[in-house]
Design a protein around this ligand. Structure first.
Ligand code: SF4
Ligand code: SF4
Length: 69
């Protein structure tokens, strides 16, 4: 099981991580960050949902996602 941490203020809103998550756990936030884009965030999930596969972190061009497992 995994846990991720997204640096939402650095996220540029490219949304690549949303498409790549095999569990469909990534969504776009409703609020803008200080860059003026809506960043990625993880859905409200239970502790079992995220596998910690790290695909979201690997695809992020700006290394905004850290994975813990
Ligand atoms: S680590 Fe894997 S399962 Fe968890 S949010 Fe990222 S892509 Fe989805
Ligand atoms: S891939 Fe990185 S920069 Fe792109 S939306 Fe996801 S967290 Fe933000």
């Amino acid at each position: 099981m995994g846990k991720i941490k997204i640096d939402k203020e650095r996220c540029k809103g490219c949304l690549l991580c949303i498409g790549v998550c095999p569990k469909g756990l990534m969504v776009q936030a409703k609020e803008l960050n200080r860059r003026g884009v809506k960043p990625a965030e993880q859905k409200e999930t239970d502790a079992q949902s995220c596998s910690g596969c790290a695909l979201c972190a690997i695809i992020c061009p700006d290394c905004c996602i850290e994975v813990y497992r």
